[in-house]
Design a protein around this ligand. Sequence first.
Ligand code: GDP
Length: 447
Amino acid sequence: MKGSVYTVVVAGRPNVGKSALFNRMIRRRRSIVHDLPGMTRDVLEEEATLDDGRTFRLVDTGGYDPEGRDEIPREVRDRAVAAIRGADLVVLVTDASAGVLPGDRAAAKIAREAGADTVVAANKIDRREGSEGEVEAWELGFSEVYGVSAEHNLGVDELLDAIGARMPAKEEGEAAEAPREIALAVIGRPNVGKSSLVNALVGAERTIVSDVAGTTRDSVDVRLEHGGARFRLVDTAGIRRKGKTEQGPEVLSVVQARKRIEECDVAALVVDAASGAAEQDAKVASYVQKEGKGLILVGNKWDMAAGEGAAKKFAEKLREEIRFANWAPVLLTSAKTGRGVSKVLDAAQRVAENRSRRITTGELNRSLGRALRDQPPRTAKGSRLKVFYVAQTGVRPPHFSLVASRAEALHFSESRHIENLIREMADFEGTPIRISVRGRSRHDKGE
Ligand code: GDP
């Protein structure tokens, strides 16, 4: 039944939220969602469109019951199974707030027996038990689990990205894939050259798209393209206007920086290369980290600071001053001469990519999982933690979960060590990484 149209089938036991997720994926309200178990519908299909314009066929298997209980007409079940057999990809939906139930295992079995490429969408992660159930869903044995909330539209973009990654690229002759827009915030103390840098960035690029309304009231952003990527400079008007906040007390400029950070994917923290970073810069950088945003450190006015071996010394000093963010790239620019300015966009693009990077569960457990089993990490309380497996449970920023005998915080030095091991596995330059410990749920014990 596989045709030329890429076909994605949404499967799973009743009432896990298949049709709500289906509607999110086609980005339209299609059918009314009832929070009642056992609703039976026929197989439903729609065309869905990705951000880059590629389309696929999305099939909802409706209310079939994989356990084959009698109330579900045999016909419905047969049709669902046929749909799964014809799928290029099965999205197996589970209810993360309920954990893994026999019906989920039965659905997983059907997908596996059909030989279908399958990813798991653990739905309802907004609910209290959701995050635990998301981790549990890895045990269905598929290599990708996406925590989603169809109701709150969480994680659906990541799921669509996973579909896009599997679909054939566009035919030659069609426009290149439009990448996701990267929101870049330029932050830093007054007078370091933010506004000059924004002007230099905008002035250097020929392909400015437009001024666009910012996310917050009264803010104006600028869109531009560089190296095939689209950027949105956050709150350019605020940077150039030099409003009261820029010249006012430092605390106000921190408030403004925070707003920009919240709106961005990547923040470029500008310091005056001649005078270096101040306490306020470290504070703002720690906020970037806390918000899980990408970070680039920019030493501007380099034309005034340069000298023999100065670049290396400057980078080292800056790393000392903002120690916790030693994963952030350091760039040197002169907004005045334009030197190094376009590298800011190149770096932002790399950092945005790293912030969306995923390591497969298999890869993680082959190296990191094994190392942690061989040498159980210490907890903050000093005891050793038995780690069963490691999974990447999120992106933007990358989030890794250690599934262990109990949920207990790691000793600080262990988190650091594990973070370093993860950074050795793949390129995560410029992005913070989250590591957490999750206890294996009671449900799984003794299995
Ligand atoms: P902002 O307050 O951070 O937006 O800083 P501005 O962009 O207004 O720059 C403050 C001052 O530094 C202005 O007089 C700029 O002309 C100057 N400036 C900015 N960037 C550079 C640079 O790369 N080199 C030199 N020499 N001066 C610069």
